[in-house]
Design a protein around this ligand. Structure first.
Ligand SMILES: Nc1ncnc2c1ncn2[C@@H]1O[C@H](COP(=O)(O)OP(=O)(O)OP(=O)(O)O)[C@@H](O)[C@H]1O
Ligand SMILES: [Mg+2]
Length: 419
């Protein structure tokens, strides 16, 4: 009897197709990295990653695209994993903790429904075999199951390793419940490790290197000491050749020039694509001229971006500009409430032409940091402040700080226009 039930369950499990909704883009639009995906999937499910995997990388370099379009399918295909994927930015109006818990509970319900359907078909009302119990006569328990119980049940019902992927995982740090859920996941991980098969693995990634790093490097964090991987950026010759074919036969710059342009674009494929498109749209050019045009387009794209940032920064209050600059200079060592920071801020303000003498006390700096967070130039979860876009730190360091221009009221501007 037990074997018959197991066979039936295996049928149910194999019919529960992996969720492919997370794949958002047409395959032809994406350069795939199957070898990297196979290696990363094997690593994630190896004993060395029993604590989970945290994936970082600079902004807009293709982390989410790779996870959704290469890693998830590989985990399903090569390891029969059951993937639960959530992008916490996509659900930005909800508590990140509740989103994660809801995702796991929903997945359990879906699996239970599948098993229950088959049991009803077989006129079974109860199923009790090692590792799995289902009673259709029972209504929902009064007390909701813990995350550990839900993950265990999900893995038992599906007989697969549950891989929970949290994109924009830094968002968990923005609410108390989000932080708490990370601790619940850690507890689930610790309790579910060491079984005869792998029941659960966590992969966390996000758009901010320092924020993800902090989840494993701060001893007050749930996943302190979990392995941190740096996602290799695109830019190999195969990628460059693939991109080149997207722009028609007349677009033939050498791969070395393309690599240089891709570096200029801070290895971000979408910026690079725009530059290639612009160059390809020009009248046909001989090889070297086309390469120069591509490099020029990349340089111009970066200069335009720098200029935008500059305008944004120079409109800020002088103290905010100085605090931002100090953050860019000091990086992870940024300690704004210590005397050296106070001295540096005073020196920066003194060097700003026409800047008034400014208060650089802890209270003033705290208010300045709050303004910078509101302006989304700085981020602060449950720890120190960091730049929102850390890859622009070098630009901020080079920036010449200045008094913001006086903004006239609309009435004065209208009066000036009349004169
Ligand atoms: N493998 C790829 N092939 C083609 N284009 C890509 C690829 N990866 C990324 N891109 C392009 O780069 C854009 C940014 O990619 P993605 O959102 O995956 O980056 P990210 O590192 O997750 O960004 P963020 O730091 O904002 O989270 C995509 O919208 C896409 O246009
Ligand atoms: Mg992303």
């Amino acid at each position: 009897m037990l074997q018959v039930v197991r066979k039936i369950l295996d049928r149910i499990r194999s019919s529960s197709e992996p969720d492919r909704r997370m794949r958002s883009r047409e395959p032809s639009e994406i350069f795939h990295r199957p070898h990297l995906a196979s290696r990363m999937a094997a690593d994630l499910l190896s004993r060395s990653h029993a604590s989970g995997m945290f994936l970082t990388g600079p902004r807009r370099t293709g982390k989410s695209t790779f996870v959704k379009n290469d890693l998830c399918p590989t985990l399903e295909r090569e390891h029969q994993a059951l993937i639960l994927y959530v992008d916490l930015w996509e659900r930005g109006d909800e508590d990140p903790g509740a989103v994660i818990v809801g995702l796991v509970r929903e997945a359990v319900k879906t699996q239970e429904r599948l098993v229950a359907k088959t049991m009803r078909r077989l006129s079974l009302s109860r199923l009790r075999i090692p590792g799995l119990e289902l009673d259709l006569t029972k209504t929902d328990e009064e007390r909701p199951p813990s995350l550990k119980q839900s993950l265990e049940r999900l893995s038992d019902l599906s007989r697969r390793t549950v891989v929970l992927i949290i994109d924009e995982a830094q968002q968990t740090q923005t609410t108390a419940y989000g932080r708490h859920v990370l601790y619940m996941l850690k507890s689930a991980r610790d309790q579910l490790n060491g079984r005869d098969r792998i029941l659960f693995r966590l992969l966390a990634t996000g758009s901010h290197k320092e924020k993800i790093e902090r989840l494993v490097s701060d001893k007050h964090q749930a996943f302190y000491c979990a392995p941190l991987e740096v996602m290799p950026t695109l830019g190999g010759e195969d990628f460059l050749a693939w991109e080149r074919t997207s722009h028609g036969p007349a677009f033939r710059p050498g791969l070395a020039a393309m690599a240089e342009a891709f570096d200029l674009c801070l290895r971000r494929p979408e910026v690079f694509r725009v530059c290639c498109r612009e160059t390809a749209a020009m009248a046909p050019l001989p090889g070297p001229a086309q390469e120069r045009a591509l490099l020029h387009a990349a340089q111009a794209a970066i200069e335009a971006e720098k200029h935008k940032l500059e305008v944004r920064v120079l409109l800020l209050d002088p103290l905010d500009q100085a605090v931002l600059r100090l953050m860019a200079e000091d990086g992870a060592r940024f300690s704004p409430f210590f005397p050296p920071a106070e001295r540096r801020l005073s020196a920066m303000l003194a060097a700003m032409p026409a800047a008034p003498v400014r208060d650089v006390s802890a209270t003033a700096v705290r208010a300045s940091l709050a303004r910078l967070c509101d302006a989304r130039l700085v981020w602060c979860g449950d720890g120190p402040h960091v730049l929102e876009e850390s890859q622009f730190a070098d630009w901020l360091v080079d920036l010449e700080l200045a008094m913001p221009p006086v903004v006239q009221s609309p009435a004065i501007q209208a009066f000036a226009a009349l004169r």
